[in-house]
Ligand binder design. Sequence first.
Ligand SMILES: Cc1cc2nc3c(=O)[nH]c(=O)nc-3n(C[C@H](O)[C@H](O)[C@H](O)COP(=O)(O)O)c2cc1C
Length: 247
Amino acid sequence: MNTTVETILNHRSIRKFKSEKLTKDQIHTIVKAAQQASTSSHVMAYTIIGITDENLKAELSAVSGQPYVKDNGHLFVFCGDLNRIYQQASIEEQSQMQESMESTEQFIVTTIDAALAAQNASVAAESMGLGICFLGSLRNDITRVSNLLKLPEHVIPLFGLAVGYPDQDPEIKPRLPLEVVYQENEYATDKQHALIRDFDNQLTSYYQNRSSNTRTDTWTEQMIRKYSHPIRMDVTPFMKDKKFNKR
Ligand SMILES: Cc1cc2nc3c(=O)[nH]c(=O)nc-3n(C[C@H](O)[C@H](O)[C@H](O)COP(=O)(O)O)c2cc1C
């Protein structure tokens, strides 16, 4: 196995970092790796905001309710961004672009672009001996995050990425069986139940035996609980206010 695949297969989220900050060189290497991800039609529909102001970090940490948003080597916030394109256009061109900019299709483009960039950043960081944790918890109060970062229309905060030197060594979390997530030629529902039952048992044993935060749970129960309680329903009107996903 080559070292790139090894890095990817050894991924686990890190939620406790040493206090050492990333250097400018490390930050730039991670951002360059993010930028080199594939991007839909070369749109590069994202902006990455690095948070160096400790007060701002503390505010974002309060939104997320997670201390590692504040205590890390560096915090990146990944934003979907069609604003920079919009700003290049004349008033007349902007009105021609409006329908496309507000479409679900372009909303998907921005979220995919940002996610691909972030995953490249993560793999780069992990290959440099750093740990990472994605932070969807910034969407706990998406309007507040948007205001804190002074995001204009056509720019939306999607998630954070905490990066730093790991101060913990968590076990690798099991994934669904390959046969469940990779299928050939058609979608097969019927084979999934038995495989997922096995996975539930495997995950129960992982939760019971891991070195911290042990609990009794299965993947199925966790997912049904998750999708039975809608969260962050304010995200829908927020996106529309920002001129995304309106049509
Ligand atoms: C888009 C996204 C948002 C996430 N948000 C959070 C978060 O807010 N807080 C957190 O502790 N982990 C967060 N995670 C990490 C996931 O919980 C984690 O990747 C998943 O449980 C699998 O564990 P692993 O990364 O250790 O393999 C997020 C992951 C993704 C991809």
